[in-house]
Design a protein around this ligand. Structure first.
Ligand code: NAP
Length: 563
């Protein structure tokens, strides 16, 4: 422990959507000395790192923003239906300027460890630059898909060409001009990147292990009428995003698939396809819960692939999908399947030939050697827990978070972990997080954490931590919620941690719906922070409350999951 340290009330890790809003509430509403430590050299979080070609948000811009301030909402106008990384960074910069946040953010500051000190009830953080900070409250705003997953394919170190992971894309322009490019991965990222890379690449080889459904995004510039419309209807839009199960600005249909005739279904799917975007999955209530119902949507989408892609073999490789639509996060695209009609694009079906190794100048499969100038890893993330494990986080008695979560993350409401007092995790594991429109989930967490800290200060409470009982029950309920959906039936999903070798297979986000989740968080507060242990120096009383008042039964029946 060093004597040289900076001491503040609260430290937030990460300067994305979470960190900025949390800084504002703690500093400006609670008057706490607060600072943000950020590894990047500027604002943006996910959108600072994800600058790959074609990157674009899949939430519609008018809902992918803060709604805590009507003034801020109305002062900003988005230019396109789905914003790209630069526009999102511009937006966050606008908010940071408006709220004068930058002076309390330290960039280029990677937190390497955070240890809880029992004697002072403080967190001590060290950074890669060798600085030491202490704070009473530690809040993580580190994102859910921020730890790049580069597969361990033999030979990468020998490759003489360029290679990149989409989640750590260079800030400088990367040229594909006349180059032979190998893109590994066809998730949301790969599906966005391939069409843009193909525009200038000499040849693009897309290495596909698991084919994917995709619905056209139908991105377009927004008209002045639309911009005026969303500003005028701020209150209604906010009401919708805060009451739907997934935080998106549309309602999920209450009609079930087999309540309609085949003709009616085809018409409904076609209409949703033409409209584009994630709301395709909202066409019927039971698409994400009933396999037979899902099959009708899946078949519609597979037929679209077969119609678009001219080469029969390629079309079959793309359309032979053996898991339910939206069982994994469904991508939305701009001309993804059309890209395979270009002469300079080939699909390498890794179900028919697999990658053996990377050579000095290409990729060797079981069938052939494919010469390449560049390899792009669109291979996803060590999601939700990966970023936590990049730091050495130790709670009471020096117990590490990695050890505590070794069989899967155990939190209460995704907000706190037993044994880690005053550590709050914005969109942490066990919260709706990635199953929700992110800014909606983030605002709810930030506001809950702010009220909790305010409650602690008003009542001279030194530490707050989730009880073991609450965490155990919550993990059980998170599983129960996931099991009510088709999400658990996809064995290779990153929601389950299945994309990372050695990661425990546990469904990490809460699938019970953001609306239900919001009510459970409010319920915990109403019940005197049921499930959280509040301690004061002068009294070792656990809060009077415990989970006996706190009833998850109301949450048991999941009819419309939050996905
Ligand atoms: P991802 O969904 O995990 O996809 C990774 C891809 O890489 C998969 O096709 C995977 O195949 C493949 N892959 C991984 N390791 C491989 C290996 N060793 N050999 C061959 N293929 C391999 O990652 P992502 O596309 O980056 O998307 C992650 C999440 O980020 C999304 O689900 C979404 O939530 C978010 N995202 C959002 C947007 C947006 O807002 N528009 C855009 C991009 C991403 P398998 O399926 O076989 O594992």
């Amino acid at each position: 422990m060093s004597e040289q340290h900076n001491s503040v009330d609260a430290i937030i890790i990460g300067a994305g959507f979470s960190g900025l809003y949390q800084l504002h509430t703690l500093r400006d509403q609670l008057n706490l000395s607060t600072m943000v430590l950020e590894a990047g050299t500027d604002l943006g979080g996910t959108w600072f790192w994800n600058r790959y070609p074609g990157a674009r948000c899949d939430s519609e811009s008018y809902s992918y923003c803060y709604m805590f301030s009507e003034e801020i909402y109305k002062e900003w106008s988005w230019s396109e239906r789905y914003p790209g990384p630069q526009e999102i960074r511009n937006y966050l910069d606008f908010v940071a300027q408006k709220l004068e946040l930058r002076s309390h953010i330290k960039f280029n500051t990677l937190v390497t460890s955070a240890h809880f000190i029992e004697e002072t009830n403080q967190w001590e953080l060290t950074t890669k630059n060798g600085e030491i900070y202490r704070a009473t409250y530690l809040i993580t705003g580190i994102g859910c898909i921020s730890s790049a997953n580069i597969p361990n394919i033999p030979g990468l170190k020998n490759f003489k060409g360029e290679w990149y992971h989409t989640g750590n894309w260079p800030h400088e322009q990367v040229s594909f001009e006349n180059k032979r490019i190998g893109q590994i991965g066809t998730g949301s990222t790969g599906i966005q990147a391939a069409p843009v890379i193909a525009e200038t690449a000499g040849h693009l080889h897309v290495f596909q292990r698991t084919p994917n459904y995709s619905v056209p995004a139908r991105n377009a510039p927004l008209t002045d009428d639309w911009k005026e419309h969303v500003h005028k209807n701020f209150k209604e839009i906010k009401q919708v995003v805060q009451s739907t199960p997934n935080g998106f600005p549309y309602r999920i249909s209450t009609t079930k698939v087999f309540e309609q005739s085949e003709n009616e279904r085809q018409t409904a799917y076609e209409k949703a396809w033409q409209k584009g975007g994630l709301q395709f999955r909202a066409t019927y209530q039971d698409i994400t819960t009933n396999k037979k119902a899902n099959d009708t949507a899946a078949e519609f989408l597979k037929n679209k692939i077969r119609t678009v892609v001219r080469d029969k073999e390629t079309a079959e490789s793309l359309a032979t999908i053996d898991y339910p639509y939206a069982g994994k996060r469904p991508p939305i695209d701009t001309n993804y399947f059309e890209t395979f009609n270009k002469d300079n694009v080939s699909l390498i079906n890794l179900k028919k030939e697999s990658i053996v190794k990377i050579t000095e100048n290409g990729i060797q499969t079981t069938e052939r050697h494919i010469p390449l100038d560049m390899i792009i890893f669109a291979t996803g993330f060590d999601a939700i827990t990966g970023k936590f494990f990049e730091m050495d986080i130790q709670g009471r008695n020096g117990i590490s978070l990695k050890e505590t979560w070794k069989e899967g993350p155990k939190t209460y409401l995704g907000l706190q972990t037993p044994g880690f007092p005053n550590l709050f995790t914005i969109t942490g594991p066990g919260s709706p997080s990635v199953l929700c429109n992110m800014p909606v989930a983030i605002e709810q967490h930030v506001e809950w954490i702010t009220h909790c800290i305010e409650h602690m200060r008003n009542n001279k409470i030194d530490t707050c931590e989730a009880s073991q009982e609450a965490a155990d029950k919550w993990v059980e309920h998170v599983n129960e919620a996931a099991n009510a959906t088709l999400l658990v039936t996809v064995p290779h999903s990153w929601y389950l941690g299945a994309n990372v070798v050695g990661k425990p297979r546990i469904f990490m986000p809460y699938a019970g719906g953001m609306d239900r989740y919001r009510a459970l968080c409010e319920d915990a507060v109403k019940n005197h922070y049921a499930g959280f242990i509040m301690n004061s120096k002068n009294s070792t009383n656990h809060s009077k409350n415990n989970l006996t008042n706190h009833n998850f039964d109301a949450a048991k029946k999941i009819t419309t999951p939050g996905i």
